[in-house]
Ligand binder design. Structure first.
Ligand SMILES: [Fe+2]
Length: 175
């Protein structure tokens, strides 16, 4: 079972960028709830993506992403909501913990994941923990699901930083 300590240690730097203590705790609680739902032994066992072979760990992607999001935010003059942005970034892929399943020691898209991709699964977890719609929107809209919506400024940043990291990884394995 994943401990809260493991999650807090993993995101120790990034969590300091969330000012609201309750929100910080909820981000950790959501990672734990998602991990417990599928019985992950460690959050570091979850792969970044099944679309790229040896894509690395989801935790590393989440950290890289959140640092990029923070850097972009620091360069903007608009009144962006830092708490929403960082919480949304740390949680954007948490739905992968329930989208994926371990079958015969292999990590695959599970039955639940075939019905509900991680953006929706993640938004559901956010609502279940009473996070504001603005954060659920960032999670839901971070991938193609959001193409049919009008993304908030915070969601635009998360969407683009996510794809920067994904596309760079992909470019490394393509011929
Ligand atoms: Fe992502």
């Amino acid at each position: 079972m994943v401990s809260e300590k493991e999650i807090k240690d993993c995101f120790s730097k990034e969590l300091t960028w969330i000012k609201d203590e309750t929100l910080k705790e909820k981000v950790v609680a959501i990672w734990k709830a998602a991990a417990d739902e599928r019985g992950w032994n460690s959050i570091h066992d979850v792969p970044f993506t099944l679309l790229i072979e040896e894509s690395g760990r989801l935790t590393d992607h989440t950290k890289r992403m959140t640092h990029m999001v923070y850097a972009v935010m620091k360069q903007r003059e608009e009144d962006l909501n830092q708490d929403y942005l960082i919480a949304g970034s740390l949680l954007h892929d948490v739905g992968k913990l329930v989208e994926y399943d371990v079958i015969n020691k292999k990590i695959v898209k599970g039955e639940y994941g075939k019905k509900f991709r991680h953006p929706l699964a993640g938004a559901k977890l956010a609502w279940q923990h009473d996070l504001p719609d603005e954060i659920a929107h960032i999670i839901y809209a971070h991938s193609h699901e959001g193409d049919k919506t009008k993304r908030s400024a915070e969601a635009v940043i998360v969407n683009h930083c996510d794809f920067i990291d994904f596309e760079i990884k992909k470019s490394m394995v393509e011929e």
